[in-house]
Design a protein around this ligand. Structure first.
Ligand SMILES: Nc1ncnc2c1ncn2[C@@H]1O[C@H](COP(=O)(O)OP(=O)(O)O)[C@@H](O)[C@H]1O
Ligand SMILES: [Mg+2]
Length: 270
């Protein structure tokens, strides 16, 4: 593929992003479950402001790769750097604190809290608000609470969701839930967002808005790495695409080039 972002099937080197230096770089990442090599020597990078799509047939290793990047899935090999930090061995909440944030399917807790509460609590991450800090540092704690409330409100405004502030998670439509999951991530000041099929459950007439929202937050300087099976969504949303099959990167580049690649077509048809 002429002018493509380099992919060498033998060692799957990093795919350099055009423009600014990459913020997230993964080199030679592997994931294994028992004897199964779910991710095998995958290298990938993403820059500020860039939306990179990962596509590939079921079982290709896309979710496992995202898990290895976020730290939820144990990697068997490889190095992951965020900015100039090696984060390969950090726990998920430490990666999130440094700006690498992954969305999760909503939990029962989500359903029992309002949208506003969901946002404010998301900023505390996995650790939750510490009673100790409330007692020892009342002024700073109060200040932080004010900041969180303001941030929650501005994110709701950004996504035109202020009318849902007092709705409980369980009252939301599928599309609104997906949006709140992404808004929760934004509460944590991410540098890179990892999204695993965020369009699932979103009504077809609303996918366009979600695509625009994601492009908008990328333009504000975030890197977005998204696993998505709907090729039409990938075409509209992603600056470039990485194709996985059997745990490996088999192609990467611009959407139109990649989908025409006979190797990619064979992987989808096999
Ligand atoms: N927790 C797990 N335990 C064992 N095998 C798993 C686990 N998660 C995924 N796999 C296997 O790893 C491979 C890649 O899965 P996955 O990363 O979910 O692929 P994708 O997201 O591309 O559909 C598949 O063969 C799948 O069956
Ligand atoms: Mg998956």
């Amino acid at each position: 593929m002429a002018g493509q972002l380099a992919v060498d099937a033998s060692s799957s080197p990093e795919t350099p992003a055009v423009g600014s230096p990459p913020v997230l770089v993964a080199k030679g990442v592997g994931v294994g479950y028992g004897g199964v090599r779910a991710v095998d020597d995958v290298s990938i990078s993403i820059s500020k402001g860039e939306v990179v799509g990962i596509i590939g047939p079921n079982g290709a290793g896309k979710s496992s790769l995202l898990g290895a990047l976020g730290g939820q899935v144990k990697r068997t090999q490889g190095v992951i750097t965020l900015g100039d930090r090696d984060i390969s061995s950090l726990m998920p909440h430490d990666r999130a604190r440094l700006g690498l944030v992954r969305t999760f399917q909503t939990t029962s807790e989500f359903a029992r809290m309002t949208v506003y509460e969901n946002l404010v609590t998301a900023a505390e991450g996995d650790r939750g608000a510490s009673l100790r800090s409330v007692v020892l540092h009342p002024r700073q704690t109060a200040q932080r609470e004010l900041e969180l409330r303001a941030r929650a409100w501005s994110i709701m405004e950004r996504f035109e969701m202020t009318h849902t502030a007092d709705l409980y998670g369980r009252e939301l439509s599928g599309g609104q839930r997906r949006l709140v999951e992404i808004m929760r991530c934004l509460m944590r000041h991410p540098r890179v967002l990892l999204l695993d099929e965020p369009m699932v459950g979103v009504a077809p007439h609303l996918t366009g808005k979600l695509i625009d929202d994601l492009r908008g937050i990328a333009q504000e300087g975030l890197g977005i790495l998204i696993v998505e099976h709907a090729l039409e969504v990938v075409r509209k949303l992603c600056d470039r695409v990485v194709v996985m099959a059997f745990g490996k990167v088999i192609a990467a580049g611009e959407f139109e080039e990649v989908v025409r690649d006979p190797v990619v077509q064979a992987a989808y048809l096999s």
